[in-house]
Design a protein. Structure first.
Length: 95
């Protein structure tokens, strides 16, 4: 019998993406939570979906770590924002 993967609902996906950001930044829960003004235990509960995450904290993550808010909320687009200067630099070296 083949087991189908359980698809995550919207909020659960948000919690998973928060953890993905932290891992992409090579930060542990203590470091990441400190930058957000949360306790490590609060972040741990958020990452497993046992605590709600406020719009205020979404804005802080996006501002502090240059995260694409649309990606964080929906999973669409790129995780991190790319400035026009970064894009120009990338374009030069991709040629």
């Amino acid at each position: 019998m083949v087991k189908l993967k359980h698809s995550l609902r919207g909020d659960e996906s948000l919690y998973q993406r928060i953890k993905e950001i932290r891992n992409a930044l090579h930060m542990n829960q203590m470091e990441f939570s400190k930058r957000l003004g949360l306790s490590q235990s609060s972040l741990a509960m958020i990452e497993v979906g046992k605590r709600k995450f406020s719009d205020k904290h979404i804005k802080i993550i996006c501002s502090e770590f240059h995260v694409n808010e649309k990606w964080l909320r929906t999973g669409e687009g790129e995780m991190f924002l790319v400035s026009c200067y970064d894009k120009e630099f990338i374009d030069i070296f991709e040629k």
